[in-house]
Design a protein around this ligand. Structure first.
Ligand SMILES: [Zn+2]
Length: 335
């Protein structure tokens, strides 16, 4: 039996291919029937070859999705057939299977990593899936695969008090996930920098927050915390200017093109400002996923997808709409 998969063949070239459904699974491998998947900016960088040399071309794509377990490897204790799961790049425990090689309908080898989601079926590693407690609103739970765990981890690793004055840089999937969780936690001094004026207007109304569309409008050194979600190096370099001396913190969440280097002013560090990432320990999300899922149930997240649902065959349109800002996150329905 063959299934459809989006395959990256070369820079900016994705083709839908027919891949053979594997019959044997190795240790750690779980076969998941994918229901929905989404795409983030890190995946765009992968497609645009901005993440360094790609030694695995041609390969499968995607690292955020939801699905149903179709088959498990022999002696698997963690999951059973029929479990509804979230697929993610966020690890839990040891990686037992580093990937799978599929055959297409012409016998050509197609690579895949421990997680991939832009396929009707995927052989993934057990460390990259989490059992969902229920299937209510399952399509929105693709968000649990990337932006949500990353921003949620900021709250787990940093004591962010209710009166913390925060500026979020970038109103994409990461920035909005952070704002949703922050408001759920009762934090109400939230500001957003978003250069797209229409988007900013929409988000200011939606979240009842203050907003700016340029750095010139923001008062320097007035924030306790800045969360940099743009992945833009110029924004990254300016972000420490916004936090208070002696105690201000910048958390860098956006991903930057590889091989770019920054001209960061060292005086920001001398003046007691902290720069750090969202993850300061080696990622293991094992016990955190349930907590996040419980919070997620209470968040209103449908606006991410603007009522648009793409088919896998429309993957290139979904990517173009995402790049041009027509959707915050493209939602792809597999079957
Ligand atoms: Zn992602």
């Amino acid at each position: 039996m063959y299934f459809q998969a989006a395959v990256l063949e070369k820079k900016n070239t994705i083709r839908i291919k027919k891949l053979k459904k594997p019959t044997n699974l190795n240790k750690g491998q779980i076969l998941v029937k994918i229901l929905y998947s989404s795409i983030c900016h890190t995946q765009l960088q992968e497609i645009e070859m901005k993440r360094g040399k790609d030694n695995y071309i041609p390969h499968c794509l995607g690292h955020e999705g939801v699905g149903i377990i179709n088959k498990i490897y022999k002696n698997c204790k963690k999951f059973k057939v029929g479990d509804k799961v979230c697929l993610t790049w966020v690890k839990s425990g040891k990686t037992l299977s580093k990937g799978n090689i599929y055959l297409d309908n012409k016998g050509k080898k197609i690579n895949s990593g421990p997680v991939h989601t832009l396929n009707e079926y995927a052989v993934v590693d057990e460390s990259r899936i989490y059992k969902l407690s229920n299937i209510n609103n399952i399509r929105n739970k693709v968000l649990l695969g990337c932006a949500m765990p990353t921003t949620f981890n900021i709250f787990l690793e940093n004591k962010i008090k209710k009166n913390t004055k925060i500026c979020v840089l970038g109103g994409g999937g990461l920035g909005l996930s952070f704002i949703l969780i922050a408001q759920h936690m009762g934090i109400n001094q939230i500001y957003l920098l978003e250069k797209n004026k229409n988007k900013l207007k929409f988000l200011k109304n939606k979240f009842k927050i203050s907003g700016f569309n340029s750095f010139q409008q923001i008062e320097k050194e007035s924030f306790d915390l800045v969360v940099e979600c743009t992945g833009n190096l110029k924004v990254f370099e300016k972000s420490p200017e916004l936090v208070k001396k002696f105690g201000g913190k910048v958390i860098v969440v956006g991903n930057y093109d590889k091989k770019l280097f920054s001209k960061l002013d060292p005086w920001h560090i001398i003046e007691g400002k902290t720069l750090k990432g969202a993850w300061t320990h080696e990622i293991s999300f094992k016990n955190k996923f349930k907590k996040l899922e419980n919070i997620f149930k209470k968040l209103k997240t449908s606006f991410y997808f603007s009522n648009k649902v793409y088919k896998l065959n429309d993957i290139n349109k979904a990517i173009n709409d995402f790049k041009s800002g027509k959707v915050i996150r493209p939602l792809i329905k597999m079957i």
